[in-house]
Design a protein around this ligand. Structure first.
Ligand code: FAD
Length: 304
């Protein structure tokens, strides 16, 4: 088995770089709650295999204008525990600025995955199972690949190999802030209309806090160079100033990262002849990686 990467493993031009990503069970759709549950078991297996901790579970605070907009129903349907708190109770428990009159859903099975360590652990695990790695090697066309089965997980570049795939790429911006003290739960503030994320934040092991605006970046091609968007950094700074009174309001760093999104934020996991395609991003795919990997492997096994 051969693993091919156009750059070096760990590069920062795609969607998986950086130290942390939110992991959570809380989703308004029960299918994502179930997929997250499966992924949690996969993360624990990878931790055992890698002999290191990858998950740091400090919980999740879902900030919603009303309980009806929260993930309450889906968590109930999946049998997952949670608490619904009013503003006073949430402010008493965490130094987090919840908007007046809003509701907070607290879910314990959540926090961060150390993305950099997890990425390395996946690659090292594959190498330990006999996979050969070729870095700095770009596949120009699937026609050129002489293999019984091909699994394509090309992130933002996928449409260069599978032109008709209904995805688009955006360059997103995140910023880092100095915050001391114990890590806080990850925070997602839901958009009252879409019930999707508006703003989010999570623990960063170096600076203390990472924050971003979801699906806010410009549409770009995967090879287009680009910097963090100053207008998005400003929006993130304003939100952090309201939400984290104990964090240093000035960002210490900002970076970009690519979303490859479908219209409904669901994942594309399909087989076309000897080609298996995995496009699982839309800005929320990392937490599901172990479960996505299992599904892609099963599709490939059907070919072999
Ligand atoms: C700012 C930001 C915040 C996010 N926050 C979260 C979060 O909190 N929680 C969460 O669950 N998810 C989050 N995500 C989403 C998550 O990071 C992505 O869904 C996930 O990393 C996607 O991984 P991927 O393997 O599809 O893409 P990538 O990591 O980009 O991998 C694709 C790889 O394929 C290589 N490649 C492409 N074309 C070729 C070719 N022709 N030949 C050889 N190699 C090729 C690329 O170089 C790249 O390394 C976030 C994403 C961003 C951008």
């Amino acid at each position: 088995m051969l693993l091919v990467e156009q750059f070096r493993v760990g590069h920062d031009r795609g969607s998986s770089h950086g130290r942390s990503r939110i992991v959570r069970l809380a989703y308004p759709e029960v299918e994502f709650v179930e997929l997250a549950k499966e992924a949690f078991a996969g993360w624990r297996e990878l931790e055992r295999e890698a002999g290191r901790q990858l998950l740091q579970l400090n919980g999740l605070l879902e900030l919603v204008e009303s309980a009806a907009q929260s993930s309450q129903d889906a968590l109930e349907a999946a049998g997952a525990e949670y608490e619904l708190l009013d503003v006073e109770e949430a402010r008493r428990r965490w130094p987090v600025g919840v908007p007046d009159g809003w509701t907070v859903l607290f879910q314990l099975e959540a926090g961060i995955v150390r993305a950099d360590l997890a990425h390395r652990a996946f690659v090292d695990g594959a190498l330990a199972h006999g996979v050969r790695l070729e870095e700095n090697t770009r596949i120009e066309s699937l026609e050129d690949v002489d293999a019984k089965a091909i699994v394509v997980t090309a992130g933002g570049w996928v449409t260069q190999l599978v032109p008709d795939l209904p995805v688009h790429t955006t360059r997103e911006t995140v910023a880092y802030f100095r915050r001391d003290g114990e890590p806080l739960p990850s925070v997602v503030q839901l958009d009252p209309v879409t019930r999707g994320h508006a703003m989010y934040s999570l623990h960063d092991p170096v600076h203390g806090l990472k924050a971003g605006a979801h699906h806010a970046g410009a549409r770009v091609g995967p090879d287009e160079p680009g910097e963090a968007d100053p207008a998005l950094v400003e929006r993130i700074v304003e939100w952090v100033a309201r939400t984290y009174p104990d964090a240093d309001p000035m960002p210490v760093a900002a970076e970009t990262c690519m979303y490859t999104s479908t219209a409904d934020e669901h994942f594309i996991l399909e087989r076309r002849g000897k080609v298996v395609i995995g496009s699982a991003c839309s800005g929320h795919g990392f937490k599901f990686a172990p479960a996505i990997g299992t599904r892609l492997a099963a599709l490939a096994a059907d070919i072999l």
